[in-house]
Design a protein around this ligand. Structure first.
Ligand SMILES: NC(=O)c1ccc[n+]([C@@H]2O[C@H](COP(=O)([O-])OP(=O)(O)OC[C@H]3O[C@@H](n4cnc5c(N)ncnc54)[C@H](O)[C@@H]3O)[C@@H](O)[C@H]2O)c1
Length: 342
């Protein structure tokens, strides 16, 4: 009757090209804006607060893509003691025409690429065209892909790297970043790679003042950046806040910024805008809109070189689904993965 293809990260890594994911994520945001993509309400469950939880993000993409589905991610903190990864997830893809299941994919690598791509898309549409200096805050699993997103779409050459918990992590990150970046971006032009200057930084206030673009990618619950440190014209990508209570930047920044989100309903609940809204620093009307509306030209993004712009990414299922559908097609062409007939 039907065929379900099962893909693991090893196969997905072999097949996926980051620059292609960038354009797919941009397409997914656009489809959402044009009414061809829906994000369903987020489901979150705490098995044990601060120790074990899970969330389900789901959605539906119409048009040529025509799939619906979900990503379920679990976090079991004690897994580290068991020598197992704490964060695990799978993506399920269903055919939008028949409802039949098409694929089951491990979620780790797709999450890295689609989140890095989201950061890149926002920089492309919201940062100043002449941006050259990037401050990356956070050096964990997602950080390199955020850097890849920025480098792929901008003229960024100088990269300051700050780890809020451990300076040595910034040092190690910078040491390996160039070659790891090359494996993601496959620099066609080796000059592009060698022009990148990566520098670990200790003084975050100074680094914020020098940055044209700031990317925050930590699970922080306290602001890491103050409003008075920012220079005019800066663009901020807030990537880390994807759960109630997380906060990476001073809520006062929102009162002077043009604010964009990936999905309004989700961002209000779990995004970087959650706390400024709850504290009354901003009202709902102060959020200019969703990134898809900027991509389609329905809303102006940056209006001058003086604007401070913020993109609040909570991560939506449409990013996962568009990428998963693409990689399933590639796997079918190359006969990769495991196929279950049903
Ligand atoms: N928006 C999205 O689509 C999306 C996608 C994936 C992950 N995320 C979120 O991004 C964040 C980072 O993910 P990751 O996989 O890179 O995490 P990670 O654990 O691999 O790395 C976390 C980084 O933040 C630092 N850090 C840890 N705890 C901190 C704290 N309390 N305060 C400040 N810094 C702290 C660490 O030193 C490290 O540099 C998480 O909050 C994750 O949920 C968002």
């Amino acid at each position: 009757m039907g065929k379900l293809r099962v893909l693991n990260d090893e196969v997905i890594r072999e097949l996926l090209d980051f620059r292609r994911v960038l354009s797919l994520v941009e397409q997914a945001y656009s489809l959402k804006s044009s009414g061809e993509g829906s994000v369903f309400p987020l489901i979150v469950h705490d098995f044990e607060p601060e120790k074990a939880d899970m969330d389900i993000k789901s959605g539906y993409l119409k048009g040529d893509i025509n799939v619906f589905g979900l990503k379920l991610v679990s976090w079991f903190g004690d897994n580290v003691k068991r020598n197992l990864p704490a964060l695990n997830g799978t993506i399920m893809v269903f055919d939008g025409e028949t409802g039949l299941p098409l694929g089951l994919l491990t979620a780790s690598y797709i999450t890295c690429l689609r989140t890095g791509a989201a950061g890149g898309v926002a920089i492309k549409h919201l940062a100043r065209q002449d941006s050259e200096r990037l401050l990356l805050i956070g050096t964990g699993h997602q950080a390199l892909y955020q850097l890849a997103g920025a480098v792929a779409v901008s003229k960024v050459r100088k990269v300051m790297v700050y780890d809020p918990l451990d300076y040595q992590s910034s040092v190690s990150f910078c040491r390996g970043a160039e070659s790891r970046l090359d494996t993601i971006l496959a620099f066609h032009d080796s000059a592009q790679a060698s022009q990148l200057q990566l520098e670990p930084v200790r003084d975050i206030e100074r680094a914020v003042g020098q940055a044209d673009i700031i990317v925050t990618v930590t699970p922080s619950r306290k602001p890491l950046i103050k409003r008075e440190w920012l220079q005019r014209g800066t663009h901020l990508n807030c990537i880390g806040s994807d759960m109630e209570g997380k906060q990476e930047i001073d809520e006062a920044i929102f009162s002077i910024a043009r604010i964009f989100v990936d999905d309004l309903s989700q961002a209000i609940k779990v995004g970087e805008v959650e706390i400024p809204l709850k504290k009354g620093v901003i009202e709902l009307e102060d959020i200019v809109g969703e990134i898809g509306d900027v991509i389609l030209g329905k809303l102006p993004g940056r209006t001058s070189d003086e604007d401070i712009t913020v993109f609040d990414s909570t991560g939506i299922a449409l990013q996962d689904l568009v990428t998963a559908k693409h990689v399933l097609e590639l796997a079918e062409e190359k006969q990769l993965g495991t196929v279950i007939d049903y």
